[in-house]
Design a protein around this ligand. Sequence first.
Ligand code: C5P
Length: 393
Amino acid sequence: MFDGKRILIGIGGGIAVYRVAELARLLLRRGARVQCVMTRAAQAFVTPLTFEALTGETVYRELFDLTAEREMGHIRLARQADALLIAPATANQLAKYAHGICDDLLSTLVQVREGPLLIAPAMNVSMWQSAATRANVALLQQRGHRFVGPDSGELACGESGPGRLAGPEQIMRALWPLLTEQRLAGQRWLVNAGPTWERWDDVRILTNRAGGRLGVHIAEQAAAKGADVTLVAGPGTPQACATLRRIDVESAAEMLQACEREAGGGDVFIATAAVSDYRIAAPHAGKLKRGHSETHHLELAENPDIVARIAAMPERPKQVIAFAAERERHVDHARDKLRRKRVDAVIANDAGQMGGDHGRGWWVDGERTIELAGGDKAAFAAQIIQHIMENRQ
Ligand code: C5P
């Protein structure tokens, strides 16, 4: 995702500066070129040398740094970057950006920069909640700037509440949309993900090993390309970046209800969820006690096939994509599902991948079978999206 991208990090003066070092390292590891600008206060927490050593690049500090001016100039520095991230953004920095004050290098770069910034605030909870900061954040959001975090939790100052710098993974995920061509702008996508829980009694459930990560990657990457994405998430599905609408559900019945409500007239429905094919026919109220016989028979009732139901809706999405997790004859089973469920494509993969870190498989549609070489789940998701985009044209 970050291969060859030039990310400029504006580092404000807060204790969270040390966490930006880890973020810079991760961005570099994912192929980005990272340049840093530090405010004077930031340098009181961590020396510029730390970031110079990490990135192999000059750390810019002063507006009137003549060498830097001759080599590059602050205007070019701001414009050449593919994305400008402010982390940590302090209350003072936010106030400056909101009101056009440019009395140091970083605030000048922000003023000069065209296009959205990604702002990762970190500050004391009272500063974050103050009327002035709230108003400044609202103003910056109105201008199209994006925020990631702050997270809630224990703060370095000993208080607790919202104010912690968002985690590096979360920041990186929020950076994607700024770097990605908005090829899906104006489209509505619905993704379901994760396992389902079918109630047996008040404490026991019938479920499976699915973790929901592939669905989250697909949903995030589609959103990063500008789609309006709704994620219907089964239990335990990891959090996605904030630009998604998420509906949490437990059972297949709840998942069906949410999907039917959201799918009508959409562009894409992609059914990554490992929906339980059966539910307990008569769930028990309270907690079942151990019986006296050595065996216990459970009666199961068939669940509705969500993807088939969505594909049969009168206002069905333009593309409905199902998955086929199999242990053998993957493509044959996928072709069979394509016909039975009346979907536009089926992605065949190996059931052994469920819950793991990697994915690969085959794209199977009415005419073709194409191997998807896969990789980690993010790379697999990217290949699936690429096929969905090509299939549409
Ligand atoms: O029929 P099978 O479960 O093998 O097909 C898998 C595909 O069907 C997946 O895309 C899954 O999300 C979907 N499915 C569904 N509702 C079910 C069972 C599976 O939508 N009850």
